[in-house]
Design a protein around this ligand. Sequence first.
Ligand SMILES: Nc1nc2c(ncn2[C@@H]2O[C@H](COP(=O)(O)OP(=O)(O)OP(=O)(O)O)[C@@H](O)[C@H]2O)c(=O)[nH]1
Ligand SMILES: [Mg+2]
Length: 479
Amino acid sequence: MTTFVDRVELHVAAGNGGHGCASVHREKFKPLGGPDGGNGGRGGDVILVVDQSVTTLLDYHHAPHRKATNGKPGEGGNRSGKDGQDLILPVPDGTVVLDKAGNVLADLVGHGTSFVAAQGGRGGLGNAALASARRKAPGFALLGEPGDLRDVVLELKTVADVALVGYPSAGKSSLISVLSAAKPKIADYPFTTLVPNLGVVTAGSTVYTVADVPGLIPGASQGRGLGLEFLRHVERCSVLVHVLDTATLESDRDPLSDLDVIEEELRQYGGLGDRPRLVVLNKIDVPDGKDLAEMVRPDLEARGYRVFEVSAVAHTGLKELSFALADLVAKARAARPEEEATRIVIRPKAVDDSGFSVVREEDGLYRVRGEKPERWIRQTDFSNDEAVGYLADRLNRLGVEEELMKAGARAGDGVAIGPEENAVVFDWEPSVTAGAEMLGRRGEDHRFEAPRPAVQRRRDRQAERDEVEQAYEGFDPFA
Ligand SMILES: Nc1nc2c(ncn2[C@@H]2O[C@H](COP(=O)(O)OP(=O)(O)OP(=O)(O)O)[C@@H](O)[C@H]2O)c(=O)[nH]1
Ligand SMILES: [Mg+2]
């Protein structure tokens, strides 16, 4: 027996970016030939893709942890690391992706539609890429960024054109079995169907799908029976069919009150009010059934329903029914906006990465939040002073120091960059007052260059000061 799984929690991990490489070119007679460390490769994404040959989420129920491969680190000789491989996860048509709070992230309908569930980390730049006119020989490289880690919930909402609803044992599965080639389980006890069945029907030139759901009983929308859980499978259908039992042995039931009960449950569930409906009176092969059908038909028609008398067992009335359904399906398809290109790629919303914020917290800690500063922290190898210095330069250029000062931070105050769980905390040392002069400029190795004449040294120092000044333009620390 195949198990049907229509809701799973999936934990996806994109690949980490490969680290950049710090390397110096070596050749005979030319021992220090300049930086040649390559960039790290990008980490692979985890991508959900609709595949019509997949019908359940069973695979993910068995193996809910999925990871794409990491990018490879860069190497000397300007060799970039290989990108990690994207991990493609096939999902059934009609899979809805939610976050753990229940927000819909994507609704995947149509073969090939895809959703990037976790984005791979960027590779770190190697020291060759970090070199510039002023920083000729960086002795560091950037770290690759970790890939996204995400917990998502996948829910399957069957994509069928027609949905059959009705009491248990009304004959819904029997109808699917005679309208299509599907062979669902059929039996004379209630709740034979535990998961939706799907059948493909051909009527004339129209091909459409029909699904049933487990039988509904009064109170289904409040969780009685199996109904509520499965009603989401009829949410997408364009036509609803009430299957009414004309041969039930329960004395308190008849087709009209059954219809009222089911309609009330659908109303409580919500969202299905606009679907065209028709009524099937089933089991008219039973003598009393035919009489009862004749009796209730005028009432049903008075309520505006088209009524079809059928017998799933004796195969009567099926042709008219299947053509009437084909007609409604064709109309619904025509009314729907032109099917969007089948391949839709949905990416998580791009975040605005220009801004950052500085907040002084209760314990006196200054917290910096922002896409860029947080990314730069992840890229920094804190065991390398030069890399840390480069980070300080970047933060300074973005205006983080300025904002810290505005917020009242003084040398020695604690500064945290990033969220609580994984912030980098350090004692602030404003670069304006730091004794950078004495240390020589960052990213320079004097062995690489001829000693600079005094004039040049002075000019360089001035350029550096100008840069700092620019960063603080309009800022008066005593204001
Ligand atoms: N006489 C007669 N019996 C029928 C007809 N259609 C279905 N049945 C019988 O009714 C019983 C229930 O049929 P199912 O098709 O399993 O009913 P269902 O609506 O799918 O029921 P659940 O899955 O429990 O909700 C079975 O014993 C069928 O053989 C019919 O047209 N005539
Ligand atoms: Mg059934």
